[in-house]
Structure formats: C-alpha cells, structure tokens
Design a binder for this molecule. Structure first.
Ligand SMILES: [Zn+2]
Length: 148
C-alpha cells in the first residue's frame, strides 16, 4: 500500500509516534495560546497585540466533554460520501497549561462507553480517510496508556 500521507490541514500538527503534537500559536505579549492556530492578530481583546509564534501543545489533557457523532463531520474534514458513514466519538479535551479546549475524534476502537469526564487522554496520529493514493492524516484522542 504505497500511500502518501498528507495532513488534512497544513500546520495544525506535526511529528510521528510519541513525538506527535498539535501545533498552536502563542502571543508573545499576553501568552494566550490559540488552536486552531491564529497567525494574524492576537484575539485577546485586552491585549495590545504581540507577535504570534508557533508552539507545540501539551500532549495530554483531560476529557471536558464528549459526544457520539452520528453525522458526517464538517469541513475541513473530508469524508467519502460513497461509503457508509461510521459514527465516532468526538471528544473535547481541556489542555490545562494552555487553558484551551481542543476538539478531536477518538482513536479507532474508542467509544463513548470508554470515556468519562476528567479522564486523561493523549493526542495520537490518526488517519481520517484513505483513498487509493493518499492517507489523509489527522489527530485522535486516546485514553492515556492504552495502546492501539
Ligand atoms: Zn496577545
């Protein structure tokens, strides 16, 4: 399977295996962290505006909320409308250091029955969609310590 691995969105994550991280940006003036990354203006209304620098986000966080998604995801997620849609768990994860909440799909095999609010999860590389030539890569959340 000679797949090209292509990120679903450029610049939102990088790395392989244990080095995989989401990428946000941090304001040099007020230290607010943005994900999805904000590259133009700091959105903190109390900030005069600093430069925005790319930062890797914490690898793990805590489940803030989750839901069983029965719908095809919106852009930028792609999905092949010819295939049956498989429901997945969508998790909102609170990153304590950054004080932000990041949405993402649960890793394959993880269902809402495996999740509780406050549980620690870690970010792992995932594949959103594959066709003959390309594996479209994304990030998944997986309970910390569980191996796929
Ligand atoms: Zn700022």
């Amino acid at each position: 399977m000679p797949h090209t691995r292509t990120p679903v969105v450029d610049g939102w994550f990088a790395g392989e295996g244990d080095g995989f991280r989401l990428l946000g940006t941090r304001c040099s003036s007020c230290a607010t962290v943005f994900f999805p990354r904000e590259d133009v203006h700091c959105r903190n209304p109390h900030c005069d505006g600093g430069s925005l620098e790319e930062v890797p986000l914490s690898r793990s966080g805590r489940v803030w909320s989750y839901t069983d998604s029965r719908y095809r995801p919106p852009s930028p997620y792609v999905s092949d409308r010819e295939l049956p849609w498989e429901p997945y768990a969508l998790i909102a994860v609170e990153l304590e250091a950054e004080r932000i909440v990041v949405l993402g799909q649960a890793a394959p095999g993880v269902t809402v029955a495996d999740l509780t609010v406050g549980m620690e999860v870690e970010v792992v590389p995932g594949v959103l969609h594959e066709d003959a030539e390309t594996a479209w890569t994304t990030w998944h959340w997986r309970p910390t310590g569980v191996r796929a």
